[in-house]
Design a protein around this ligand. Structure first.
Ligand code: THU
Length: 132
């Protein structure tokens, strides 16, 4: 298995700040513009203030000037691949088309391939507001 996106997610996961859950997560995405952006979970003693790995990767992409996700990988040290939380599914839908591949991986080598639309069917989008 030599997937550069999983490798980048695995590497950034090591930087996670997860002293409360002990559950480190890494995410790496390739932008449509052709760059890899990575993020890890950053927890806070005020628990709701923590942020997920996916949110970190998206923030890095936007801060770097890229705008759209072409593919994303998420990795955790769990037994089975961990799917993104509900909030992260909505965040992904903001920056990725429904057919964008999402690879969920474990540090022991398991992978599960899904897509943004599979993770969030019937997503709320700008078209529902009638403004676009
Ligand atoms: N977490 C992520 O970063 N991404 C996910 O897809 C699932 C959960 C983080 C949030 C929190 O820091 C820890 O995992 C336990 O929920």
């Amino acid at each position: 298995m030599n997937d550069p996106l999983i490798d980048a997610a695995r590497k950034v996961r090591e930087n996670a700040h997860a002293p409360y859950s002990g559950f480190k997560v890494g995410a790496a995405l390739t932008s449509v513009e052709g760059n890899i952006h990575a993020g890890c979970n950053v927890e806070n003693v005020a628990f709701p203030e923590g942020t997920c790995a996916e949110a970190g990767a998206i923030a890095a992409m936007i801060a770097a000037g890229d705008r759209r996700i072409a593919a994303i990988a998420v990795i955790a040290g769990s037994e089975d691949p961990v799917p993104p939380c509900g909030g992260c599914r909505q965040k992904l839908a903001e920056f990725a088309d429904g057919d964008v591949p999402v690879t969920l991986a474990t540090t022991s080598g398991a992978t599960l391939r899904t897509s943004v639309a599979e993770l969030l069917p019937g997503a709320f989008g700008a078209a529902h507001m009638g403004t676009k």
